[in-house]
Design a protein around this ligand. Structure first.
Ligand code: MG
Ligand code: MG
Length: 255
């Protein structure tokens, strides 16, 4: 079932989204060569705690997962696409890091992700990140009344395809509100003019995840959580929580 949010709810979701943005910024600032993903998780935890926010990630256990998720952020490094569990293994020079974070505040949820490099970046990684961000912006621009979910999917998929990037077939964006994952799903590929109609008050987490190797295949790592590229190529993932409004897309997870 799809729940449309009124203006009061959107303002509350904006506050949850702001906490997500601050936690992501703290993780980005903490990230450096020699720093572990677990330390990024600690930085994000401190922001959530200070804001009085809960974590929809911590303890989350979807059907595919063998264990409850143990952190408030996912940290997916290099060939990891999404769902990386923060470890004690220090980040290395040139690593491509994707951080995904959620927050719950006053009963409402926000969900966003960023990708960045630490140390001396590889030019192709910067290009992959820029392409993924462009796909997100294209998806957001399509989140307007009168369009359908397929228009968002098509916008994202077009950018990915033009860049020769693959995307994991079974994962994409989602409706969001009181819970992190609500209807409708927001696939990263689709046909324009198809799917659920976009109406004011619909809130979506839009999240392209691009794999540089160009294949759509992925594998699950031994931890049962982390999605990795099958060819070892690098991946980037960015996400915003976005409300469809009469005035256009309203991004709820900016600072
Ligand atoms: Mg997310
Ligand atoms: Mg999400």
């Amino acid at each position: 079932m799809v729940e449309l949010k009124n203006d009061t709810a959107l303002d509350a979701m904006r506050e949850a989204g702001r906490v997500v943005a601050r936690a992501l910024e703290a993780a980005r600032k903490a990230a450096a060569v020699g720093v572990s993903p677990r330390e990024l998780d600690e930085a994000a935890r401190a922001v959530l705690a200070e804001a009085g926010a809960g974590s929809p990630f911590l303890g989350y256990r979807p059907s595919f997962a063998p264990t409850p998720f143990p952190a408030v952020i996912c940290v997916s490094v290099n060939d990891a696409v999404v769902h990386g569990i923060p470890t004690d293994r220090p980040l290395a020079d040139g690593d491509l890091v994707s951080v995904d974070c959620g927050a719950e505040l006053d009963g409402w949820t926000g969900d966003a992700a960023i990708s960045f490099t630490v140390g001396m970046p590889r030019p192709e990684d910067l290009e992959l990140i820029a392409t993924t961000e462009r796909a997100l912006q294209a998806g957001i621009a399509a989140a307007v009344p009168g369009n359908r979910i397929g228009d968002i999917s098509h916008a994202i998929g077009t950018v990915a395809q033009a860049a020769g990037c693959g995307m994991p077939t079974d994962f994409g964006g989602h409706g969001i509100g009181r819970r992190m994952h609500e209807d409708p799903g927001v696939p990263n590929r689709g046909r324009p003019g198809r799917g659920y109609p976009l109406r004011p008050g619909l809130v979506l987490a839009i999240e392209p995840m691009l794999m540089a190797g160009g294949r759509d295949a992925y594998r699950t790592a031994g931890d049962g959580w982390t999605l990795c590229t099958v060819d070892g190529s690098r991946a980037a993932h960015v996400e915003h929580t976005v409300a469809v409004t009469e005035e256009g897309p309203r991004v709820l997870t900016r600072l």
